[in-house]
Structure formats: C-alpha cells, structure tokens
Ligand binder design. Structure first.
Ligand code: ZN
Length: 471
C-alpha cells in the first residue's frame, strides 16, 4: 500500500450535495480517500509522514473548472489578449481554478487540424494547471466536418459555432445545421455564440455613420433581443439536428427566457453565464467616457442592472448550468485603439483569477448555496465537457485538484494585487468576502498559503471524453 503524501485536515469538504467535515488524503496525483476527522485512516496518514495542511475554518473544494478562456488570442493585427498561457494559468490558480478549456480557432480557409496543432504548440510547456481546447469553427466545410470526427476520437469533444461576427467566424443557418448534425452523430457538444451578427453589423455601421462612436454604442448596437432571437434559433436548429447545445456567455433576460423555453420543451440545451453579467452593467460601467468605457467592452455587452437578479435566479434554477469567465483581457494601450470608434476596440475583459471569489460572494449574499457554487464552477463544467470524475469532485480516484478556501478573510480586488497580466481591473476596489489559501493541481502545490509555488509546464493537455450530461 502506498503512503499518503498530503492530508488536508479540519476543513469542510464541499460537493454538489453540500458541505461535510472531512479530511482529504492525497497519494501522488490522486485523491486516495475522504475520511472522517479523527478516524484511523486520518491518524495513520498524519503519523505516517504525510504533509498536513490545516484547513480549520476553511472550505475544501474541488479545483475550479473554467471552460471559457482566451489566452494569448490575436484579435486583430494590433491586439492580442494580454495573458499568455503561462501568466493566465498562474492567475487562474491564484483564484482557485485548476482546469481551463481554451479555444483553437479555425479561420476562413484554414484546416482545422492546423488550428489545433498551432494552439497545442503555443500552450505546450507553458501552463501551470491542466488545460484543454474546444475548436472554434469559422469555416464549416466538408473537410472540417469530416475532421471533427478524428478530433473527437483524440479527445477534443466540443465545437463552437458563431451566429455573430460576419466575415470572421459567422456561419449561416445551413452551415450551423450541418455542424450540429455532425456533433449529434459524434456525441460531441455543440457550443454557440448566440447573437444575430448580421443585424448587429447593420446597427453598428448605422451608429458609426451618425457619429455615435463612443463605447456605449457597443452596447446599444447589440440589443438583448438579438441575443434572445439567436438563442431561440440555435435551439430550433439543434432540435432539428438532434444535437445537444451549450450556449456560451449568456448575458440577458431575453436569452435566458429562450433557454428556459427550450429546456421546458425537453431539449438538451445548457447555458453558461460569466461574472461580468452578474455584477457589471451597461449604465454604470460601459457608459463612461474614454478608457473607463472602453475597458468594459465585451461581447455580448454588459446589460441593465436588473438583469443581475434574473441571472442569479437562472443559476439557482439550473437554467444556467455553468459560470465561466470568457477571460479575454486587453491592456489599456490596446483598448484605446477604439477611442474614436468602438468597433475597433478589442472585445473582452479579464476575470480568470476572480471567478471562484465572485461566485462565492453570491453565496454570502444569499443568491446561491455553497453546493451550487461548487456545482456551477467545477462539477457541472467537468461533467458537461467530458472530464468527470477526473475533475470537478473530491472523491477517491479523482485528480487531486483541491482548493482550500478561507471564507473568513476579506480581500479587495484590483490591478495592484491581481496576478493577471493586465494593467487595470474591471473589478477594481470591489471587496470580496473570502479568498483562496492553498491550491493543489494533481497533488502538487501551486499556491501554498498565499505563495505561488507552481511551475509552468506542470499543466497537462486533457484528452476529454464525451459529455456525461447528455441524453
Ligand atoms: Zn469567448
């Protein structure tokens, strides 16, 4: 029998069914046992030379799983998202996330295989935590449709399609239907950026022609009705194709209504939202002059403040299954490219480090339960994207991706203290009731009592199974 390397004692282990006082015994890269405090197994591990992590007063939670990130993503010739695979995964670990799924992007005329190989090479040896890729498809043709099968066999089991961004990633309804027929056939998961990009581009150009070029117009030209319409259409296409569907970065009440409608109809439709849509708003944040507004440009845009309550309710009711970040940070010099025209501003903001904190704050505020925090930020994303029970749960045999989370400290978020490679923060000055203390990735310490002890290259590429939540 191998001996315990680490025992986490005195904490409350949180799962989708709640929190229990338990000790977690780790051997090598895996969780060996979850045992009652003071039990013979716990005592044996403690006296057998295992390193003891005292988690008294803390939650012990499965490492966070962020299934929507964009590290070192070139958005235009002049703008590339500022976190690299090295800095972004380290920042994720600081915030209690131990798995990310980023994207390989197939542009027009590009072979999907090349898109994937390119991203694998970029990430290789750089990541502090485990990582996988979805494939973003911008050119759905016969070759790409065929190649999806090979990729799925190799463990890339989710494919993202776009109703937005005409001329870049956009696919028309016919192509979307074909792609979803293919995911249905493969048992893979179809992901959708659901905004009506054709209509949005008309509104954007009309605004620019009128001289309405400030950042608020980014929001006003992407009305929530055009997100709701796209979700409805995506769900209809998925129903006809017989494909499960995952809506990314859902931002509005209009869109949530359509997810709710589709689920009541019995369709396999899931959705994620992101912290920015739960906390920030178009009036308070996007509608500001200069750099302050530009920093808040993301797509879909920030919505009205009263949307926050609706989205938290969606999380409670499981109409929203997952919280991811859509982390896509740009430093001020790149955001300022859009000073005279919001259309030129690179879209995206940075939250990879703060997701677990921001959603835990929802627990403190009474919006969701502790169990639901873990479920939406770790367990369900692991299950939906074919990584469960390797990830997303503290159980014997699972990877020892474990976070010791201290709910008793208060931290203030901001650019001076965060670890993202970003010269500002949309979360500046926000007080958080709780903080990550210690993080393990496959049994190795990455954050040790608020010190970074991780290593670029520790993170491994994840070959994923098919989703286990699909009927
Ligand atoms: Zn995204």
């Amino acid at each position: 029998m191998s001996s315990a390397d680490v025992i986490i004692t005195g904490g409350r282990v949180v799962s989708t069914s709640g929190a229990t006082a338990a000790d977690v015994i780790i051997e090598g890269e895996r969780i060996a046992a979850v045992v009652a405090p003071g039990s013979a197994a716990a005592t044996a591990a403690e006296s057998g030379g295992a390193r003891i992590v005292d988690a008294t007063g803390c939650y012990v939670v499965p490492g966070g799983v962020d299934v929507h990130t964009h590290l070192q993503l070139p958005m235009s010739p002049d703008a590339t998202s500022s976190d690299t695979f090295a800095t972004g995964t380290a920042a994720a670990a600081w915030g209690g996330t131990t798995t990310i799924i980023d994207f390989a992007g197939q542009m027009k005329g590009m072979h999907v295989r090349d898109a994937v190989e390119e991203r694998l090479a970029e990430a290789d040896g750089q990541c502090t935590i485990d990582y996988g890729f979805h494939l973003s498809m911008g050119d759905i043709d016969e070759i790409a449709l065929k190649e999806m099968g090979t990729l799925a066999d190799e463990g890339l089991t989710s494919f993202k399609f776009f109703m937005a961004y005409p001329g870049v990633y956009y696919s028309d309804d016919g192509r979307l239907l074909q792609a979803m027929q293919r995911t249905a056939e493969l048992g893979a998961l179809a992901m959708m950026h659901a905004e009506n990009g054709i209509a949005i581009d008309v509104l954007r150009d009309q605004a620019a022609a009128r001289g309405d070029t400030g950042s608020i117009w980014h929001g006003r030209t992407r009305p929530s009705r055009l997100e709701g319409e796209a979700v409805h259409r995506a769900a209809a296409l998925a129903e006809v194709a017989g494909a499960p569907l995952y809506i990314v970065h859902l931002s509005s009440s209009d869109a949530l209504e359509q997810v709710s409608w589709a689920r009541q109809r019995g369709l396999n439709v899931f959705a994620e939202t992101c912290p920015q849509y739960l906390y920030l708003s178009i009036d308070e944040h996007l509608d500001q002059p200069g750099i302050d507004g530009l920093r808040h440009i993301c797509s879909p845009p920030l919505r009205e403040r009263d949307t926050h309550d609706t989205l938290w309710q969606g999380l409670r009711r499981d109409e929203l299954a997952v919280v991811s970040t859509d982390h896509c940070p740009f430093c001020d010099n790149e955001k300022l490219l859009g000073t005279d025209d919001f259309r030129v501003t690179p879209n995206g903001l940075g939250s990879i480090e703060h997701r677990m904190d921001l959603i835990h704050a929802g627990v403190i505020a009474g919006e969701i339960s502790l169990a639901r925090w873990v479920e939406t930020c770790s367990t369900t994303p692991a299950r939906l994207f074919g990584m469960y029970p390797q990830k997303g749960v503290i159980a014997p045999g699972s990877d020892a991706d474990v976070v010791v989370y201290d709910p008793n400290v208060t931290q203030t978020l901001g650019a001076d203290t965060h670890h993202m490679n970003l010269d500002h923060s949309v979360w500046e000055g926000i007080e958080m009731p709780g903080q990550v203390r210690t993080v393990l990735s496959r049994g190795s310490f990455v954050i040790d009592n608020r010190s970074y002890v991780g290593r670029a290259g520790h993170g491994r590429y994840l070959r994923r199974d098919l989703s286990d939540l699909l009927v």
